[in-house]
Design a protein around this ligand. Structure first.
Ligand code: FES
Length: 269
């Protein structure tokens, strides 16, 4: 086109009508298992998370701190193992202040979006199965437009991964400053490892490292990091589930020890 001439707008694709098939779907496998499983696990986690956040106690058993209450914001961590930022902030459970960030990260996660759009909203529930609702606006309007905040939540997620790593390191320092290893130490170390895997396999992280470049070959370091992250990224779904379930395990274990229900088996030097 001559310089200065407006580029002609591309014609919009005309949606083709659905083939005249009577059946709602031709799939004969158990496509509904995945959405039902997702609803069950996410509902279970939500119920557990509400209980854990509301209990506002028994979340610290030196040297273990529950990930639901990390970083330790209140004086209720009755030891100096973690910094107390706000002193005693009762009656608000500190978990509610903390969980806003990891929750925002997970709610806007590309994988979880797919999971809950399919399972809770049936939009659509599975490939080759139609949406429950006729209208579809994608994520172009409020409130789903807010899903774009995911890339910003990623930066907070990095901070939280660092904090949980700090807690895992502290889990080796038993009363009296003595080095030790307990079952709780292992639980918190696995927790921080899974959180790192989930965070670093994030699509936003991968884009941050390898996106926005015309030629990857011109940025060899970024290319190398991007290639490593891509390996993690392929397993993002598994890290999403494993890290979610393990946070529950870690919190429950700390609660068991802190409430005196069990004694943590450990070895101290
Ligand atoms: Fe899942 Fe970013 S895409 S955490």
């Amino acid at each position: 086109a001559p310089s200065g001439a407006a580029t002609p707008a591309r014609p919009r694709p005309v949606p083709r009508p659905r083939a005249a098939v009577e059946a709602r779907t031709l799939r004969q496998d158990n496509w509904w298992v995945a959405p039902v499983f997702t609803v069950a696990v996410l509902t279970g986690f939500t119920v557990y998370g509400i209980w854990a956040a509301l209990r506002d106690g028994n979340y610290f058993a030196k040297p273990y701190l529950s990930p639901f209450y990390s970083p330790c914001l209140s004086a209720n961590c009755t030891d100096d193992a973690s910094p107390h930022i706000f002193g005693n902030i009762d009656p608000v459970s500190p978990a509610f202040l903390i969980l806003l960030f990891p929750l925002g990260f997970r709610l806007t996660c590309y994988y979880y979006r797919k999971a809950y759009y399919r399972s809770f909203w049936w939009a659509p529930p599975a490939c080759a199965v139609p949406d429950a609702r006729r209208g579809y606006s994608g994520e172009t309007k409020f409130p789903l437009l807010l899903q774009n905040a995911h890339r910003y939540f990623f930066y907070f997620a990095l901070i939280f991964a660092g904090l949980l790593t700090y807690d895992a390191v502290l889990a080796f320092i038993f009363p009296g400053g003595r080095f030790g290893i307990g079952v709780g130490t292992g639980v918190l170390v696995v927790n921080s490892a899974l959180i790192w895997c989930y965070t670093l396999s994030c699509h936003s992280c991968r884009h941050l490292c390898g996106g926005g470049l015309k030629l990857l070959s011109k940025a060899p370091l970024r290319r190398r990091i991007w290639a490593r992250l891509s390996v993690l990224n392929r397993n993002h779904m598994w890290f999403a589930w494993a890290s979610l379930l393990w946070i529950m395990v870690a919190d429950f274990y700390v609660w068991l020890v802190a409430s005196g229900t069990i004694t943590d088996p450990h070895w101290i030097s």
